[in-house]
Design a protein around this ligand. Sequence first.
Ligand code: PGA
Length: 226
Amino acid sequence: RLADMRGLRQGKLNLAIVSTAQYFLPRLLGSFCDANPGIEVALMVTNRQTVLERLSRNEDDLCILGTPPEGLDVIATAIADNPLVILARHDHPLVGSRNIPPERVAREPFVLREPGSGTRLAAERFFRARGLTLPMRMELGSNEAIKQAVIGGLGLAALSRDTLALEGQTGQLKVLDVDGFPLLRQWQVAYPRGKHLSVVAQAFLDHLIAHAQQAVESGARAPAPA
Ligand code: PGA
């Protein structure tokens, strides 16, 4: 196609992504915009509930979610792994234990995301399916704030592994070996069924399908603790 040969000289790309996708999606935008410098991008970073609302109203070219959207007539494609892990501060008594039963973890206080968060939904579903409720010590609307709260000793957290992309398991944060975790989920790119994708949106969708898994893995290979 002519557009491929010249790069897509101009156009706009509107994306809505859940918060945890901020750890890999902007890097993919970087390589895409390098190849197509005329493209203007607007990126909305929010939670699952808001992305689903935007998706149902057809407000963006493409949406990125941590698991498939349910109850909406959309096309959703898995593009990369999105495992959920349980984090603790380095000196927590459960650090280093093997095959920790979920029942044991559910006796610890948790720092949880807000209602409407896909991260929170996934964690609560896992424990609810086992008849367990996570004791909430604190609710925070930001993955980074939750990591700091765990470091501050406020409790455990269930977060997407991608939230560790920048620092890996630092000296401060450790991934617990809990039975059933990492909870395997997959990043999804979605748009309303029947939507006519712009040339730019189709090109970025192809870019995501080709490169998202690698981008997520390179984040996950961040330096290990000393
Ligand atoms: P959230 O979604 O930002 O709504 O928690 C992230 C995810 O589901 O992985």
